[in-house]
Design a protein around this ligand. Structure first.
Ligand code: NDP
Length: 252
C-alpha cells in the first residue's frame, strides 16, 4: 500500500514550480491532493491532470492570498471538495526585486501579507480541519539563515518570520501529534527565477547558481518535493520544529 494512502493534503501555490512538484509527489505517495492556485487556473488544472494521468487523485481550488479574508476563502473552496485533511503545505510565496534602498511600504506589506500572514491564518483556520497526527510543512528559504543575497532582504525577513512560526506552532500542535517543520530550498529552477536564470543568454548566471550548491547543480522542484515527502510520511513522525536545509549544500 502507498505510504500516504487514505490521506488528504493541501499544497498552496501548487499550480506551478515547487508547489506543483510537491503536489505530484504527495499524490504519487497516495494522498488525495488539493492543488491551490492564486490566479492561474489553467496551470492548476494542468497539475491536476498530470496527477490523474499518473494514477493519482487531486482537485483544484483557487484563492488569492495576501488580501483580506484570503484564508477563509481558501478553506471554503477546500471544504466543497473534502472533509478534513492530514497534510498542509504552506508553499505559496512571492519574491522581490527591490533592494533595501528601493523598498517601499506597499511592497513590504504585500510580501509579509502573502509570505507570512497568509500561512499563519491558513494554518489557524485549518487547525480544526487538520486531523490528529497530521503535518504542517512551511516552505522557507536558505536566505532566512544566511545573508547571501542582502539585495532581497525583505523577502529573507518574511522567511525568517515563517521559521519562527514553525518553531512556536510545533509546541502548540504537538499535543495532537501534529508535526510542524520548515523546508528551506536554495535556488530552484522555477518561473520566479526564469528571467535571470533560464535561456542561453543567462548561461553564466546558471553556472554561478549551480556553483553555489555543494552538489554543483541548480535545484529542481522534485529535489524539494522529496524532502517534503519524508516529513509528510510516517517516517518523519519524530521530526518537529525543525528547519530542514534543502539547499543542496549552498550554505556550507
Ligand atoms: P512560483 O512563482 O514558481 O509559483 C508560485 C506559486 O504560488 C504559484 O502556484 C502561484 O499561483 C502561487 N501564488 C503566488 N502568489 C500568490 C498569491 N498572492 N495568492 C495565491 N497564490 C499565489 O514559485 P516557486 O515555486 O519558485 O516558490 C514556491 C515557494 O518556494 C515560495 O514560498 C518561495 O518563496 C519558496 N522558495 C523558492 C525558491 C526558488 O529558487 N524558486 C528558493 C527558496 C524558496 P498562480 O499560478 O495562480 O500564480
Amino acid at each position: 500500500m502507498k505510504r500516504l494512502a487514505g490521506k488528504t493534503a493541501l499544497v498552496t501555490g501548487a499550480s506551478r514550480g515547487i508547489g506543483r512538484g510537491i503536489a505530484e509527489r504527495l499524490a504519487q505517495d497516495g494522498a488525495r491532493v488539493a492543488v491551490h492556485y492564486g490566479s492561474n487556473e489553467a496551470a492548476a488544472k494542468e497539475t491536476v491532470s498530470a496527477i490523474e494521468r499518473a494514477g493519482g487523485s487531486a482537485f483544484a481550488i483557487g484563492a488569492e492570498l495576501g488580501v483580506p479574508g484570503d484564508a477563509a476563502a481558501l478553506w471554503a473552496a477546500f471544504d466543497a471538495h473534502a472533509d478534513g485533511l492530514d497534510i498542509l503545505v504552506n508553499n505559496a510565496g512571492i519574491g522581490t526585486s527591490h533592494s533595501f534602498a528601493e523598498a517601499d511600504e506597499d511592497e513590504h506589506d504585500r510580501l509579509f501579507a502573502v509570505n507570512v500572514k497568509a500561512p499563519f491564518f491558513i494554518t489557524q483556520l485549518g487547525a480544526e480541519r487538520l486531523r490528529d497526527g497530521g503535518r504542517v510543512i512551511n516552505i522557507s528559504s536558505g536566505l532566512s539563515r544566511a545573508a547571501v543575497m542582502p539585495q532581497i532582504m525583505t523577502y529573507a525577513m518574511t522567511k525568517g518570520a515563517l521559521d519562527v512560526f514553525t518553531q512556536n506552532l510545533s509546541k502548540v500542535l504537538g499535543a495532537r501529534g501534529i508535526t510542524v517543520n520548515s523546508v528551506a530550498p536554495g535556488i530552484v529552477d522555477t518561473d520566479v527565477n526564469a528571467a535571470w536564470l533560464r535561456g542561453e543568454e543567462n548561461k553564466q548566471a546558471w553556472e554561478g547558481a549551480a556553483a553555489m550548491s555543494a552538489l554543483g547543480k541548480v535545484g529542481t522542484p522534485q529535489d524539494i518535493a522529496d524532502a517534503v515527502a519524508f516529513l509528510a510520511s510516517e517516517d518523519g513522525r519524530w521530526v518537529t520544529g525543525h528547519w530542514l536545509d534543502a539547499t543542496g549544500g549552498s550554505l556550507t
